[in-house]
Design a protein around this ligand. Structure first.
Ligand code: PLP
Length: 449
């Protein structure tokens, strides 16, 4: 089939996720064809370095034969086994145990989903269940950070605090997302680390005081905000938020869908601050995008309370046909082996430090207001004026325009609505590949001047 006829079929039939529907009909699809390591090639034969690891997920890089073999072996032997009731399969059991070992503290109970949105949705439903069966049914309000992203399920998209995910939709009234993010660059209360931490802590306290702790269930946050513009908090922020949530008697849920699996250096971002959340969501790097899978890790207190208080004889009625799919689990086990025994986690840590250094060299560019990075997760905030922090003129800031320039220059990144470039190169990158990303980015910035 020629690219042209594929494009026509796409325009007519595929409703793309998070796309501008009318705009997509006009512009058409960009078809990706093949990939290897950190490089991806489109159907026109244009090879690009993938500075965004797919959708911040292909952490181990493309083209690992051992992952393909793990999937094929599992498909041949047992392509599907339900996890419903008390059935299971070997790779899924092994994966649950491995994740219990890797996640911090007593997050020893693993609930599988198909991706991040339904991991968040599982957390939301199980939090409701937990409070209802333990006699605190008024604890319902869910808090999250301004600019936070927690997926697209019907409640989860409400916990998400990005305008595009709200406009035109309705959400349950118990979701509140007015907790101040650690956004030092545009924080009116001051940019020092202590001021940034204090602003978020005070905001969390104020929100709980306003609603009443007896009405608040949980606070969700990303250890580093991703889709909201890669907002990197100062060291100590995550720990302060975790401790404040505990003090206020609300559950603390760390959404590590992006930050998990080495993206910021350690296996999980919570580790860097010795934080043990009550629940942790993960997806993306868990399979590095080779198969769909997400997970919710549940701490001992919540797990035990649900197990001991669930209505006698009845199931905890939450689950999916593909929860703990054996092929995805086999893929995840091999991906985890590559992080550890294959040295990809260690490579990501070494190259992440180099990436931070090289990225900082872009700060002298006239369009760059701020460069933010933690490991291989970064944001570059563009401005028209470095002193006043005035945003770019409309023409330059159109995300499509920035993205298209980068694409033409052979680098993929994400261009967020707020003049922010997002970067998340695969953890397998070499120093030379990081240099290529940086030089192509600089050229792109010059082009949009
Ligand atoms: N949570 C965070 C922090 C995310 O970044 C995402 C996706 O980007 C999600 C949840 C939703 O994950 P998924 O797209 O796999 O449903």
């Amino acid at each position: 089939m020629t690219v042209n006829s594929l494009e026509a079929l796409d325009r007519r039939h595929w409703v793309h996720p998070v796309a501008n529907w009318a705009g997509h009909e006009k512009r058409g699809v960009t078809v990706m064809k093949s990939a290897k390591g950190a490089f991806i090639t489109d159907a026109d034969g244009h090879e690009l370095i993938d500075g965004f690891a797919g959708l911040w997920c292909v952490n181990v890089g493309y083209g690992h034969e051992s992952i393909v073999e793990a999937a094929a072996r599992q498909m041949r032997e047992l392509p599907y086994a339900t996890g419903y009731f008390s059935f299971g399969s070997e790779p899924t059991i092994r994966l649950a145990a491995k994740l219990a070992e890797l996640t911090p503290g007593d997050l020893d109970h693993i609930y599988f989903s198909l991706g991040g949105s339904d991991a968040v949705d599982s957390a939301l439903r199980l939090i409701q269940f937990y409070y209802n069966v333990t006699g605190r049914p008024t604890k319902k309000a869910i808090l999250s950070l301004e600019r936070g992203y927690h997926g697209s399920s019907s409640t989860g998209a409400g916990v998400t605090a990005l305008p595009a995910f709200h406009a035109g939709f309705d959400f349950p009234a118990h979701v509140h997302h007015y907790v101040t993010p650690p956004y030092a660059y545009r924080n009116p209360t001051g940019s020092g680390d202590a001021a940034v931490i204090a602003a978020s802590v005070a905001s969390l306290r104020a929100k709980v005081a306003e609603l009443g702790a007896e009405n608040v269930a949980a606070f969700f946050c990303e250890p580093v905000i991703g889709s909201g513009g890669v907002i990197v908090p100062p060291k100590g922020w995550l720990r302060a938020m975790r401790e404040t949530a505990a003090e206020l008697d609300i559950l603390f849920v760390a959404d590590e869908v992006i930050t998990g699996f080495g993206r910021t250096g350690p296996m999980f971002a919570c580790e860097a601050e010795g934080v043990v959340p009550d629940m942790m969501t993960m997806a993306k790097g868990l399979t590095s995008g080779y198969a769909p899978l997400g997970a919710l890790a549940i701490g001992e207190t919540v797990y035990r309370a649900i197990a001991d208080n669930a209505p006698a004889g009845g199931p905890v009625g939450h689950g999916y046909t593909y929860s703990g799919h054996p092929v995805s689990a086999a893929v995840a086990l091999e991906v985890l082996r590559l992080y550890e025994e294959g040295g990809i986690l260690a490579n990501g840590q070494r190259v992440g430090a180099y990436f931070e250094e090289r990225l900082a060299t872009l700060a002298d560019h006239p369009l760059v207001g701020e460069v933010r990075a933690r490991g291989l997760l970064a944001g570059i905030e563009l401005v028209a004026d470095k002193v006043t922090k005035e945003k770019l003129p409309r023409e330059a800031k159109l995300p499509d325009h920035l993205f298209a320039r980068g694409y033409a220059n052979g680098v993929i990144f994400r261009a967020f609505a707020d003049d922010i470039i997002g970067l998340a190169p695969p953890l397998c990158c070499s120093e030379a590949e990081i240099d290529l990303i940086i030089s192509r980015l600089r050229k792109t910035l010059d082009d949009v001047m």
